[in-house]
Design a protein around this ligand. Structure first.
Ligand SMILES: *Cc1c(COP(=O)(O)O)cnc(C)c1O
Length: 388
């Protein structure tokens, strides 16, 4: 299916709503029936009917059709956050006594679920270095039911070989889940690699405007219907119609936003690599990245996020660097129109700072939609504060 068709037309039945170009926001909690028989069949199969908006809603449905098609999946579910999508995907595929294998540093709230919530219900998790598929193989136990991946990671961009891990998992009847937030389905297709569930935080590139928190999981019809009938409706964190509409609006410009950001990011990577006060630059499609070959094989592109280390000998120097930026804002998240930065040291106690540890001197930059020269000028002023 053409991406333009998916984004502009798929799922939109304009004759149903006065041929309006923009789809309506069906801001309703419930739907009326004309007969008991119709109500009975809705109760029997809520996955195929409009009954109550915690389940199906027409505005959300338009969005679902597009997002599932972008993922190359049969169907998808959209949640009120990426974290809720992760929770439902995992919860749906474990029971008491089961075992999960996860990459070392999954998204922080995924990790909390593995280390704090699931152990309460007898589900254990082994964390492995996902750069070698054999590490997953070595961790498999008879009760392993889920392998959880995130490729690339959103801080250090560590990848897993999705095709190889999916093959290994299939041979052992294990469900694979991959957090694809970094790439979006435009730049990486986990399902085409054999992964069972692709998920992403739609807060990032799908929304694209830093105004909506949302998440999506895509899979085959059987899996989606099963999650819909249980975790989706029971957790009750499905996306609301207005937020679905905002995501539809974000989607219209997704390809060109990613393109613009990719181009700017390339220029930014070159600027940082050549800067005398930078001693490390991490970006998956940079020739010097240590998994560059795998990144080229399984990703069609990379955009936005770059981690770099600066030659600063104190926390104070990093604080001054960040606080002297006038346009690039200090904030979590990414994927919006605005450029952002997070210094690693913001997550560390001040007295634990070790200038010898490059991680402590690292910053994650998100390149937004601004002109790249505007951003480089901003960074150059901040670098000037580091001069001895
Ligand atoms: C932001 C993010 C999430 C969580 O998504 P929310 O929409 O914030 O709940 C999950 N995974 C990755 C990689 C993220 O960056």
């Amino acid at each position: 299916m053409d991406i333009s068709y998916i984004i502009n037309e798929l799922g939109e039945d304009r004759e149903q709503y006065f041929n309006a170009i923009a789809p309506p926001i069906m801001q309703t909690s419930n739907f009326a029936f004309k007969s008991v028989a119709a109500m009975r069949s809705a109760f029997a199969d809520e996955y195929s009917t409009y009954l109550y908006s915690r389940g199906k809603n027409p505005t959300v449905d338009i969005l679902c059709k597009k997002l599932a098609a972008l993922d190359g999946a049969d169907d998808c579910l959209v949640f009120n956050s990426g974290a809720a999508a992760i929770f439902a995907a995992v919860l749906a595929n474990v029971k008491q006594g089961d075992h999960i294998i996860s990459v070392h540093e999954p998204y922080s709230w995924a990790k909390k679920m593995f280390t704090e919530i699931l152990p309460k219900f007898g589900v254990s998790t082994t964390f492995v270095d996902g750069t070698a598929t054999k590490h997953f193989e070595q961790a498999i136990q008879p009760n392993t039911t889920v392998i959880y991946l995130e490729s690339p990671n959103s801080w250090d961009f560590v990848l897993q070989d999705l095709t190889a891990v999916a093959q290994l998992a299939k041979a052992h009847n294990i469900i694979t889940i991959c957090d694809n937030s970094y790439c979006t389905p435009l730049y990486q297709q986990p399902i085409a690699c054999g992964i069972d569930i692709a998920l992403q935080s739609a807060t990032k590139y799908i929304s694209g405007h830093s105004d909506t928190v949302a998440g999506v999981l895509s899979s085959n019809t059987h899996m989606i219907a099963r999650i819909f009938k249980s975790e989706y409706n029971n957790i009750g964190s499905g996306i609301q119609p207005f937020n679905a509409w905002l995501l539809l609006r974000g989607l219209r410009t997704l390809p060109m936003r990613l393109q613009q950001i990719s181009t700017s990011t390339k220029t930014m990577v070159a600027f940082l690599k050549n800067h005398p006060l930078v001693d490390g630059v991490y970006f998956p499609l940079d020739v010097d990245f240590n998994q560059y070959t795998l990144a080229q094989q399984q990703m069609k592109g990379a955009a936005g996020l770059i981690t770099f280390t600066i030659k600063a000998n104190s926390v104070k120097a990093i604080e001054t660097f960040c606080e002297s930026l006038q346009h690039i804002m200090m904030a979590v998240s990414w994927g919006g129109y605005e450029s952002l930065i997070i210094p690693k040291c913001a997550g560390l106690p001040v007295d634990s700072f070790d200038a010898q540890n490059p991680l402590h001197r690292s910053l994650r930059l998100y390149v937004g939609l601004e002109e790249v020269d505007y951003l480089i000028k901003d960074l150059s002023k901040a670098f000037a504060t580091l001069q001895p």
